[in-house]
Design a protein around this ligand. Structure first.
Ligand code: CA
Length: 223
């Protein structure tokens, strides 16, 4: 499970610290936060371990909000074992449910099972790149700006999807040509400018894609 990023949302140090140590020994990369608000501000993870009893928010609301934003798998962890919590948690989109106290072995088995299951569903990683008003779904190859669908050619789509992987970052012309066209693209680089121009037109606002003079292009992340 190397390279798997876990977000641990747990306010109780006595649980969170050994949990984080144990999971890191198992090869997971862990980020831990202690509040619901911090969980919603945390960088994207491959799986969220969510305690329902948080100091600032109801864990169920955190789960709902996470689910509204992405397909990240969520395992709900709670001290409350009542069936009603379980039903609510799963209805809100949690992928599994674990009642405290639980052993590390059991947790790791659940994490692996959820990751396998969500990978099989094909949405283990969120294919939708959201950048404010812009959505790029690399699984369905659809993109929308401000809710309306854009009719992009395959190259226009790939170009937009590449820029959207890291909004705000500048991609050099070479990088773009290599990744969107071909690793051995020696054709006229004007092709890129033509595609940027048509993409800007379809985005409805030329400012979406900024030209970084002498370097390349970037998707504006401040819109
Ligand atoms: Ca708690």
């Amino acid at each position: 499970m190397e390279g798997v990023q876990l977000l641990i949302v747990e306010d109780d140090d006595a649980i969170a610290i050994p949990l984080e140590e144990g999971l890191e020994r198992e090869g997971f990369e862990c980020t831990r936060v202690a509040t619901g608000a911090a969980a919603l501000e945390a960088p994207p993870a491959d799986l969220v371990l969510l305690d329902l009893g948080l100091p600032d928010m109801d864990g169920n609301d955190v789960c709902r909000e996470l689910r509204a934003r992405s397909n990240v798998p969520v395992i709900v962890v709670t001290a409350r074992g009542e069936e009603v919590d379980k039903v609510v948690g799963l209805e809100l989109g949690a992928d599994d449910y674990l009642v405290k106290p639980f052993g590390l072995r059991e947790l790791v088995a659940r994490i692996r099972a959820v990751l396998r299951r969500t990978d099989a569903r094909g949405d283990g990683e969120d294919p939708i790149l959201r950048d404010g008003l812009l959505e790029v779904d690399t699984r369905t190859h659809r993109s929308t700006v401000d809710g309306s669908e854009m009719n992009l050619t395959p190259k226009e789509f790939d170009l937009l999807a590449l820029l959207a992987t890291d909004p705000g970052a500048t991609f050099t012309r070479e990088e773009i040509l290599e990744q969107v066209w071909d690793a051995h693209w020696y054709g006229p680089t004007k092709t890129l400018d033509v595609h940027v121009a048509s993409l800007r037109k379809k985005l409805g606002d030329p400012d979406w894609i900024e030209t970084v003079r002498g370097v390349g292009f970037r998707l504006r992340d401040d819109r």
